[in-house]
Design a protein around this ligand. Structure first.
Ligand code: FES
Ligand SMILES: [Fe+2]
Length: 437
């Protein structure tokens, strides 16, 4: 297809999106450039890079990158591709290296990507200059952190991370504030799940309040039949969560969906009872509550635990769940292929059982063998298969359109709506047509 601005604009307008947005290689190539080469993308958490030489591998769209920490404590995001003949420098997900030595001919790079040394330098031309930018690793020109979350952008200038996050900073704040010591640490468990559908399906599903009762019906009915105490290892959190996927019209109508002017969104009021609900009487929760009160006082603790939101969708590819201490990042691989990376956090200063419970629940929700995530992926793949057949051109996102309310800060709210998807696609379209970041 022809991918000029006018043709792109026709792909997502108002309440419907064309199937090419999910299936076309030309659209995928353009979004790799205009969305993933310009937006701020999450690359690592500061707790993974405690000292000089620590590194983590990261994806930025189709790019394979390494996040490093330099001698001065600065974070760098450099290409995992040798500047000589292109060999991949590291193949592990994280580690420690004061220099990155290429496995092919031994060029050595510093954590900031500059070339330190080449073996047998006399065999290179006299004019060979170590400091020539062509001999350094390509790198993200902008790297910024927000409360420990490191982001990078391939666009040399533009809006700051803070400006681009806008009011969705509240989601990161709430996750960090839930730690009595005001600090979180990424857990040494993560999952990478590849699925055969477009990356956007993951984002659309994160705030889809109608799907749980249908897609997760099998686990809902198993949880309904089970007795209290049957998921003892996580204080029945999994059982309660599975049960609360049994959504009814009253739940749909009471769920508030919010979209911010920057294209982020969240849904609130999802989890109103059980161990995580504000005011829970559970003993572990009681000890955790006491630790928070000691750090922040009663009123602030009430505020922190009172933030009852499910997924926060951060454009383009993050789903952050502060209540469950989980982060998911979805990476595009091809029009019909994506990788979902899921991470869990430890809240410093909270009872150890809070961490165990979070990991247990994380496994139940986000692992490839999860009773929940595997259902969602099955649906993504069925949607992709339907779109690829091409007998229908359009995807409908009209539910709740016309019922939105606009606040003075530009925020839009609605109930029982596909508002988050419309907001996501209109931001996607802005990136695609203007390259704005
Ligand atoms: S490809 Fe890396 S040193 Fe030659
Ligand atoms: Fe789901």
């Amino acid at each position: 297809m022809d991918v000029n601005t006018a043709s792109i604009r026709k792909l997502a307008s108002g309440t419907r999106v064309h199937r090419d947005v999910y299936t076309s290689q030309a659209v995928f190539d353009l979004e790799s450039e205009r969305v993933f080469e310009t937006a701020w993308l999450y690359v690592a958490h500061e707790s993974q890079l405690k000292k000089h030489g620590d590194f983590v591998r990261a994806r930025m769209g189709r790019r394979d990158m390494i996040v490093t920490r330099g001698e001065n404590g600065r974070f760098h995001v450099v290409s995992n591709r040798c500047a000589h003949r292109g060999a991949q420098l590291v193949v592990i997900d994280r580690g420690h290296a004061n220099t990155f030595a290429c496995p092919y001919h031994g060029w050595c790079f510093r954590p900031d990507g500059s070339l330190e040394v080449v073996p047998h330098p006399q065999s290179y031309p006299e004019t060979f200059d170590y400091s020539d930018p062509v001999h350094r690793l390509a790198r993200a020109p902008r790297v910024e952190s927000y409360r420990g979350f490191i982001f990078a952008s391939m666009k040399p200038s533009g809006r700051s991370l803070r400006e681009e996050l806008g009011s969705i900073t509240s989601a990161f704040d709430n996750l960090v504030d839930r730690a009595p010591d005001g600090e979180i640490e990424i857990a040494d468990v993560s999952f990478q799940t590849e699925y055969r559908a477009n990356w956007k399906m993951h984002q659309e599903n994160g705030s889809d309040i109608f799907h749980p009762g249908f897609v997760h019906e099998s686990s809902v009915s198993a949880a309904r039949r089970s007795q209290p105490g049957s998921s003892r290892l996580d204080d029945d959190l999994t059982r309660e969560q599975l049960k609360s996927n049994d959504r009814r019209p009253a739940d749909w109508e009471s769920a508030v969906l919010v979209a911010t002017p920057e294209g982020h969104s969240y849904r609130s009021g999802f989890y109103n009872s059980g161990v995580l609900a504000p005011g829970s009487e559970n003993t572990i929760q009681g000890r955790y509550h006491a630790a928070l009160v000691q750090s922040y006082g009663e009123e602030r603790t009430r505020e922190i635990l009172g933030v009852n939101r499910f997924n926060n969708l951060v454009f383009p590819n993050i789903l952050l769940n502060a209540q469950y201490h989980q982060l998911r990042v979805v990476h595009p691989v091809a029009p019909g292929k994506a990788i979902m990376s899921a991470y869990c956090f430890r809240l410093k200063g909270a009872p150890e059982e809070i961490y165990h419970r979070a990991v247990r629940y994380f496994t139940n929700l986000s692992s490839p063998a999860s009773m929940i995530s595997s259902d969602d992926i099955e649906i993504f793949e069925r949607c992709q298969a339907g779109l690829e057949r091409g007998d229908a051109e359009w995807v409908d996102f009209s539910r709740g359109s016309g019922n939105e309310k606009k606040d003075s800060d530009g925020t839009i709210t609605a109930n029982a709506s596909e508002l988050p998807m419309r907001s996501f696609h209109s931001t996607w379209l802005q990136y695609m047509t203007q390259g704005v970041g």
